[in-house]
Design a protein around this ligand. Sequence first.
Ligand SMILES: NC(=O)C1=CN([C@@H]2O[C@H](COP(=O)(O)OP(=O)(O)OC[C@H]3O[C@@H](n4cnc5c(N)ncnc54)[C@H](OP(=O)(O)O)[C@@H]3O)[C@@H](O)[C@H]2O)C=CC1
Ligand SMILES: O=CC(=O)O
Length: 322
Amino acid sequence: MKSTVAVFAKISDTHKQVLEQYFNVLYVNHIDELSEEKCQEIQGVLASGGFTLGEEQLAKLPKLKAASTVSVGYDSYDIDALTNRQVILTHTPGVLDETVADTVFALMLSSARRVVELATWVRSGQWHRSLSDQYFGRDVHHKTIGIVGMGRIGMAVARRAHLGFGMPVLYHNRHPKEIAQEQFAAQLVALDELFARADFIVMLTPLTEQTYHLIGTQQFEKMKPSAVFINASRGDVVDEQALIDALEGGKIAAAGLDVFHQEPIDPDSKLLSMPQVVALPHIGSATTQTREAMAELAVNSLVDALVHKNVHHCVNPSAWSL
Ligand SMILES: NC(=O)C1=CN([C@@H]2O[C@H](COP(=O)(O)OP(=O)(O)OC[C@H]3O[C@@H](n4cnc5c(N)ncnc54)[C@H](OP(=O)(O)O)[C@@H]3O)[C@@H](O)[C@H]2O)C=CC1
Ligand SMILES: O=CC(=O)O
């Protein structure tokens, strides 16, 4: 008999067909849409990053064995609660690295060269003569990049920076990443040193108890006034009010942000009124190809876990009991 899975993520018909081959599939927007009876049947969940799965939701899903998120970050999933309940969580590392690195470079280039600000200026009919120096931007090539979180995506950013843009690479991790040293001459430095030396600072750590508000006033105070801050990790890795203060006070030159404390961001946020801020709606991995590859991986991991009793890309393998 087929087991039942609930799908909270938006997936294509191809991926729906794969799931339907193996499972009774319930497509839902929110867990509250499911009757108590239906919840009792659910053994698997497929959801997006940002989906909340903790004690409260687990209490409603007594038969849950596996959850699969169409994201690499899993900070909205309570791993201890899942592991205590012997529910495995799988995610989608690797397949999105190059696309997210492209987004990071889009943020670096657009905030340094004032692309959004000046494109808006052209559209509003203000381009009457050649540009005066008050609108000039800053170079990206050959400037120093500082990557906080030299993991899979950090490496893809470092490759672009080193090979494509001739940028010296600094990074900060808890552990040295020798391959980054060998391939990109990347130098491991303390967080404060990275903030003091880099012209472009790129946040790429996961959000954890350790990285919550890792960046605040103390780090922004260390930055060069000409430096640009990029966040493509999670909003809460940064104290957002401290970032606003640093931008307003001219302590840093600009920011390129794909992630925020609150998503979607409040349209009245001060960040959105600052011309030196480029704000994107959390689109790091949002290309058709990459989102398809992520969904495929997430669907296959769920099938593997529940049907073939194999576990791939699991963040809590100690929960494995299937
Ligand atoms: N904007 C977007 O759309 C996207 C955002 N993301 C975000 O990017 C994050 C990174 O993804 P990915 O590169 O695959 O993850 P990885 O696990 O490969 O890399 C994370 C890196 O962060 C470092 N790190 C972890 N904790 C700390 C800490 N306390 N201090 C300093 N460094 C730390 C790790 O090194 P070490 O263990 O040595 O400290 C590791 O090198 C995701 O978790 C997600 O939040 C991912 C995809 C898209
Ligand atoms: O933010 C996106 C992810 O994959 O994590």
